[in-house]
Design a protein around this ligand. Structure first.
Ligand code: GAR
Length: 213
């Protein structure tokens, strides 16, 4: 029998935590064969912490403002992740760029969701940038994190129309609905060891027989 390691995710969030909730719910339904070891936020008193509490998941705030530089902040996050035996990291609405130090520490084991069709509109203001540019289609992207900004290999994407009367809020809501579908799907494939990465290309492998037991 090949050894199967069950992933323990550390989830990084900055705010409301609806993407986190989509992962919590999918684990609850048995759609993701993994657990969440800890939820970490960079801001205090955010909804993501409440959601983790409600689900009985270990959670902690590591306030960015308490650290003089990014590496010390990330060292503190890594200490929490290691304390909770995390094997891989999910960024679910985490509004900070991870440094090469953190990315190397979890090389190939960090997944992010971005609210646009990468490589278009990376960064922290995707919906604003989409509307300013005038594109007719936007969407969301689940990808592995590399050292760049939203530049790692793409796992899954879903497109939505951009409507003439869209505001940032209406577009964000349309995109978010799709995020909550593709994010748990991509995380499930990762947890099952079904993502093969060759350079920029991510291939979905056939289901492992363990899933049919
Ligand atoms: C989501 O739309 C996510 O894609 C985006 O923040 C939102 C978080 O919502 N992430 C980024 O923009 C990362 N650059 P949530 O707090 O309700 O999960």
């Amino acid at each position: 029998m090949p050894e199967t390691r069950r992933e323990v995710f550390g989830v990084l969030c900055s705010g409301r935590g609806t993407d986190l909730q989509s992962i919590i719910d999918a684990i609850g339904r048995g759609d993701i064969d993994a657990s969440i070891g800890v939820v970490i936020t960079d801001k205090p008193n955010v909804m993501a912490l409440e959601r983790a509490n409600k689900a009985g998941i270990q959670n902690v705030c590591v306030p960015r403002r308490d650290y003089d530089d990014r590496e010390n902040f990330e060292r503190a996050m890594i200490a929490e992740l290691e304390k909770n035996e995390v094997t891989s990291v999910i960024c679910a609405g985490f509004m900070r760029i991870l440094s090469p130090y953190f990315v190397h520490h979890y090389a190939g084991r960090i997944i992010n969701i971005h609210p646009a069709l990468l490589p278009s509109f990376p960064g922290a203001h995707a919906h604003r940038d989409v509307l300013a540019y005038g594109v007719k289609v936007s969407g969301c992207t689940v990808h592995f994190v590399d050292e760049g900004t939203d530049s790692g290999p793409i796992i899954m994407q879903k497109a939505v129309p951009v409507l003439d009367d869209d505001t940032e809020e209406t577009l964000a809501a349309r995109v978010l609905k799709e995020e909550h579908i593709i994010f748990p799907k991509a995380v499930s494939l990762y947890a099952d060891g079904r993502l093969r990465v060759d350079g920029r290309h991510v291939t979905i492998l056939p289901a492992n027989p363990k899933q049919h037991n």
